[in-house]
Design a protein around this ligand. Structure first.
Ligand code: GLA
Length: 387
């Protein structure tokens, strides 16, 4: 993302002065899907594309003048007026201003222009990139950088819950804030402990294929999935008053079987996927340490199967891309992120890469009249001030 590009727009749309520039990335996730809000493990990393924003206090008490460079849309609003802006992109700014203020940052009015090169709706967390970028900027401009990284992560998540309507977990905001170039992170979403894993699979490439089916979590079945998981936990907890059951992480396979009839097949099957996914992340961690990419890949295919058949967050196009990966001998492939569109993530041997990409483009075009977008993964750094 080009600093001069953002700066030129900031100067043009406001009063000619310059501000500070911040950047936050999108993310990939090797494995561990829909586990974050279930207290499980995830294995994400930041990417080298994201959101860049220029910001400057404008001397007002609480007027935010915001410009989305990509949408060519300008919205001015008072973040204390109780309603907030209607445009979704501006609600991310609104939410973060309020959440950072709630964390003790004396936020005042500011001007902001921002742009992104992380594809929207691709399941690479452009939303979290916005939240962490605005959070990083507000912390720096008004808060002497006193708010901790974890609090910025939680402010981003709260913005999704309260101002956007998606009851997401913490994986995306975490990856965007804590990412480090060349490293994936294994996060335990219950204890919030995490470890960096250098990721340099010799002889393999990690590539995303964007189905170009726009994934959209707002007002979506995403929240339904979460409700199903919580419902299962409630039933298990009622059966075991002696235990502490906060999320599916605290539940065993046997306990899930015990409540099968009462929760019904849909909720049971969803929870079944989550328990399996929790185990798969741990298996992948061991396999990575041992340099056993065949096992990593096998688990990725299992995740795809579970996301498609049990959790039901796939779509025809993603299943089609997954089949093409299998046909081409790709080591591992699966839906990445929330699902309902977006990308597959593929672990492919270098010597098979060209053939796989060519075949995927050809077959996808024949079937859907468009090519999937190819995104070679580069693991980049987390949120930061650029200048
Ligand atoms: C979205 C959410 C995350 C996570 C993933 C699925 O990206 O924002 O919190 O639940 O879906 O793993």
């Amino acid at each position: 993302m080009d600093i001069e590009f953002v700066r030129s727009r900031f100067i043009k749309h406001f009063d000619g002065q310059t501000g500070n520039i911040y950047h936050s990335p999108g993310r990939i996730n090797l494995i561990g899907e829909h586990t974050d809000y279930n207290g499980g493990f995830v294995f994400p990393g930041a990417v080298d594309c994201g959101i860049m924003a220029e910001m400057r206090p404008n001397g007002t008490e609480s007027t935010i003048r915001a410009y989305s460079i990509d949408l060519k849309d300008r919205v001015d609003f008072d973040f204390h007026d109780g309603q907030g802006p209607r445009a979704t992109w501006a609600r991310f700014i609104y939410g973060m201003a309020l959440e950072m203020e709630a964390l003790g940052v004396p936020v005042k009015g500011f001007n902001i222009a921002f742009a992104g090169d992380v594809p929207l709706g691709a399941g690479m967390s452009s939303s979290a990139a916005m939240e962490s970028c605005f959070g990083c900027g507000l912390n720096d401009l008004f808060g002497d950088n006193k708010v901790s990284k974890w609090d910025i992560v939680l402010a981003g998540q709260a913005t999704e819950h309260k101002y956007i309507g998606v009851n997401c977990g913490i994986m995306d905001q975490f990856a965007s804030v804590f990412g480090q170039a060349g490293k994936l992170m294994r996060l335990d979403c219950r204890s919030r402990e995490f470890e960096y894993y250098p990721f340099d699979p010799k002889g393999y490439k990690l590539v995303l294929l964007n189905s170009c089916v726009k994934h959209e979590l707002v007002g979506s079945p995403y929240n339904d999935r979460r409700n199903s998981c919580e419902n299962v936990v409630k039933h298990i907890a009622a059966k075991h008053p002696e235990g502490k059951f906060e999320t599916l992480r605290d539940c065993t396979w046997e306990q899930l079987e015990e409540v099968r009839a009462e929760v019904g097949e849909e909720d049971y099957t969803r929870a079944h996927f989550v328990l399996g996914e929790k185990d798969r992340v741990l298996a992948v961690c061991d396999a990575l340490v041992a340099g056993d990419y065949e096992t990593v890949g096998k688990k990725m295919y299992e995740t795809h199967e579970g996301l498609s058949k049990e959790y039901e967050v796939s779509c025809e196009e993603l299943d089609f891309l997954n089949d093409i990966a299998k046909e081409n001998g790709v080591t591992g492939s699966r839906i990445m992120g929330g699902g309902f569109g977006g990308c597959t993530i593929n672990l492919v041997k270098e010597e098979l890469y060209d053939q796989f990409i060519a075949d995927a483009k050809k077959k996808y075009f024949e079937k859907y009249g468009k090519e999937p977008k190819v995104i070679d993964v580069v693991i980049g750094d987390g949120s930061r001030k650029i200048c």
